[in-house]
Design a protein around this ligand. Structure first.
Ligand code: ZN
Length: 250
């Protein structure tokens, strides 16, 4: 049964709408959203409403948390902080209680979902390198872990566990992030990239579809109206850079 994995929408309604259209064409049974619905983009409120309507599972992201926690907001870079303060003006009162209820981690069966590393989800550590993936695999409670946060699609597989004096150490390989058939005897960390602000050089919206029976994972890239999304960012008075980077996928 197909599960759609969406992450890092970041207030980009145009991207979210085309992704949900694409999801609707793939016999998807449920949507798991990995966090960061707000920040950067001009439509935080509409994106929250739309993803709430469609996703059966929603995880807390660091930008979502920054809406309700000033200390978290202070950790953001200047453009991100500016857009979070702008988003707070537009959504806070209405959505504060909803954001407070979002979990850091979701686990069922063999699937687990977090925004960042599962080692300590409150710290929002990235998983970008093989070494970071080795640390994340020390969490033993998942077979397939879906993560967001970096906005770059990637897949790590734990091929085996070596017994060392200090304990077990995972032997990890990075795979092409597009398509894989998962092996039931191995463990995986999969990042489906970002719906609303891809950063891997491909500006198309990014998400994944995982068949939790056959174990097949496919990365999907979908074109959307970047002109419209970036124009809205400029018209909202948000930093120009946030509009321009959408064209670059950076
Ligand atoms: Zn993000």
């Amino acid at each position: 049964m197909n599960v759609a994995i969406l992450s890092d929408i970041h207030g980009n309604l145009e991207a979210l709408e085309v992704v949900l259209d694409d999801v609707a064409r793939h016999a998807v049974r449920r949507i798991i959203f990995l966090g960061d619905v707000v920040g950067y983009g001009a439509d935080p409120k509409a994106c929250i409403d739309l993803i709430r309507k469609h996703a059966s599972i929603m995880i807390l992201g660091n930008h979502d948390y920054a809406v309700i926690n000033g200390d978290e907001a202070k950790k953001l870079n200047p453009d991100a902080l500016f857009s979070i303060l702008w988003s707070i003006d537009h959504i806070k009162n209405e959505y504060e209680s909803f954001i407070k209820l979002l979990p850091y981690i979701y686990a069922d069966n063999h699937i687990c979902a977090t925004h960042a590393s599962p080692l300590n989800p409150q710290i929002w550590d990235y998983i970008l390198t093989r070494e970071e993936a080795v640390s994340a695999f020390s969490v033993k409670t998942f077979r397939v872990l879906f993560i967001g946060h970096s906005h770059c699609p990637c897949i790590f597989v734990e091929k085996e566990q070596k017994r060392m004096f200090t304990g077990e150490l995972s032997v990890v390989e990075e795979l092409n992030p597009d398509n894989i058939v998962t092996d039931i005897a191995k463990r995986y960390i999969i990042n489906p990239g970002s719906v609303g602000q891809p950063r891997d050089g491909d500006p198309r919206a990014s998400y994944g579809i995982y068949d939790d029976i056959d174990g097949i994972y496919n990365l999907r890239r979908v074109e959307y109206d970047i002109d419209k999304a970036s124009k809205k960012i400029k018209e909202a008075g948000l930093p120009d850079n946030l509009a321009d980077r959408l064209y670059l996928g950076k």
